[in-house]
Design a protein around this ligand. Structure first.
Ligand code: SF4
Length: 493
């Protein structure tokens, strides 16, 4: 029987009901294909190295929570589902027996997703995901149907073929407690990390982020009881919970009372993993009770620091004070909470020397883990709209929209210069030698994380350098043409 959460009672009617008034199972065979950006797929030969490495770090990152969630939903309505993972296996239509192919894309994997869709012209292809939700008409060139936003409420009608709209855009579920818990049986080995989405949406509206555009500015969340029941079921099935990843939530602590209640109940149920990783905003450091609960549960808190320059934070509409950052990190550390800092490079006030300032800050504040990414104008964001109107985006190949490639003309340096200092910074900061930092030697999880980034940096460095070189050639070409034609050189600062 199809579970009721998909539709309200008055919406359930017609020949999809059995004689007892229950919805009939939809016995279709469905393939879910998770494409990866071409930049990474071209390194599939390294998957032999990556797969054991991910197993070593205990992560299921190559099967996303979205994919597992989709597989769970389909199984609930009666479908037979198989997941195909583009990074670890060659997608060959001859070896895909399913009649319906679902492809979920983010911006960096969109082109690869379309490439895969073309391989399945003889099947029904449905595309969804963040990128398809922002640019459904683009995705429709490659699919029979496109789903915009959250798919739960439309899935049975879509798969059964009752909904024939080409672009399907319906309201997301208001009550997330009705969404089923993830079924991990699709993974070849039981997961070492349980990955949970406990909320959707974000009331903030940072200029580079599409979360509020996709999931709305209303913070919708699962109740503490519902989250706990998922954890307890998991423990019953797979044994002790060793690690929890709450990063599918844009901000776990947005409703701080709910977050505290979840943590309190975990402690009272004896669910004390070796580590919990969660996204939160900087302000989380102000709630002492929250800090104490996090401390008891071995938290690593991932904070979007983004920049240490107030002008950049204001440009990002981050609603965060640069002067609070030092104190926040210190307070988290005082409570034995590890801090994972995210930084962005490329604001209009940023210069090549900004990365050196980040490096000094990271050393001084003793951040446990950190990532620096290139500001990327993802479609659907305010940043994208601004840079398009200023004619500053020069690269529309979505393969490069992965937060590691410069795709727009920065204000205070050339695109080539920005890419070069960024590549140099990564190679130096994440050298294998960097894994010998004394702090890491006593923290095995952070060490594994650093080791993974170091190896990936080494593997990908060649292709990043090739992109850097292409920017240099383009800049030289523009200079030559602008000298000849008297036009403006978009690549020089
Ligand atoms: S960056 Fe974080 S705080 Fe800002 S809109 Fe996105 S999810 Fe919300």
């Amino acid at each position: 029987m199809v579970p009721h959460f998909y539709r309200k009672k008055h919406e359930r009617k017609g020949n999809n009901m059995d004689s007892k008034g229950a919805e009939k199972p939809i016995t279709k065979k469905v393939a879910i294909i998770q494409p990866f950006a071409n930049t990474y797929v071209s390194h599939r030969k390294f998957s032999n190295l990556i797969t054991p490495l991910k197993a070593f770090t205990g992560s299921n990152i190559f099967v996303s929570t979205t994919t597992l969630h989709l597989a769970t939903l389909l199984k609930k309505i009666g479908c037979q589902v198989r997941i195909y993972n583009d990074i670890t296996e060659e997608i060959d239509p001859a070896h895909v027996s399913e009649d319906i192919v679902l492809i979920t894309i983010v911006t960096s994997s969109a082109r690869r997703g379309y490439e895969i869709a073309r391989l399945f012209r003889d099947r029904r292809v449905i595309i969804g995901g963040v990128h398809a939700s922002i640019l459904p008409h683009e995705a429709l060139h490659h699919a029979d149907q496109v789903v915009v936003g959250e798919c739960e409420r439309v899935l049975p009608d879509l798969i059964a073929g009752r909904n024939k709209e080409r672009i399907i855009d319906i309201k997301p579920p208001a009550d997330l407690d009705e969404v089923p818990h993830i079924d991990y049986s699709y993974l070849k080995v039981p997961p070492k990390i349980i990955s949970l989405q406990t909320s959707r949406g974000c009331p903030f509206n940072c200029s580079y982020c599409s979360v509020s555009r996709i999931f709305g500015r209303r913070y919708r969340f699962r109740s503490p009881g519902n989250v706990l029941s998922e954890l307890l079921n998991y423990r019953e099935k797979y044994g002790e919970i060793r690690k929890i990843d709450l990063r599918p939530d844009a901000d776990f602590t947005c409703n701080v009372e709910r977050a505290k209640e979840i943590l309190r109940r975990m402690i009272s149920e004896g669910i004390i993993p070796k580590s919990i990783v969660a996204n939160a905003r900087l302000e989380a450091y102000k709630d002492r009770e929250l800090l104490s609960l996090m401390s008891q549960l071995n938290f690593t808190i991932c904070i979007g620091i983004e920049s240490i320059n107030q002008n950049a934070l204001d440009e990002y509409n981050k609603k965060q004070r640069a002067k609070d950052i030092d104190e926040a990190i210190r307070v988290f550390h005082d409570h034995n909470i590890k801090v994972y800092g995210y930084f962005i490079f490329g604001a209009d006030c940023d210069e090549p020397g900004t990365l050196k300032q980040y490096a000094d800050f990271i050393n001084k504040s003793d951040l446990d883990i950190f990532t620096v990414t290139v500001l990327t104008p993802y479609p659907g964001t305010a940043l994208h709209n601004r840079l398009v109107s200023q004619r500053r985006i020069f690269e529309f190949n979505w393969d490069y929209y992965d937060s590691f490639h410069v795709t727009f003309k920065p204000a205070r340096m050339s695109a080539y210069e920005m890419q070069k200092v960024f590549n140099d910074f990564y190679l130096e900061t994440f050298s294998l030698k960097s894994c010998l930092r004394p702090k890491l030697l006593f923290d095995i999880d952070s060490l594994k994380n650093q080791l993974f980034i170091s190896l990936m940096t080494k593997i990908l460095n060649k292709s990043f350098r090739r992109y850097e070189e292409s920017l240099k050639i383009q800049a030289a070409e523009h200079k030559r043409l602008s000298w000849k034609l008297g036009s403006v050189d978009i690549h020089s600062s």
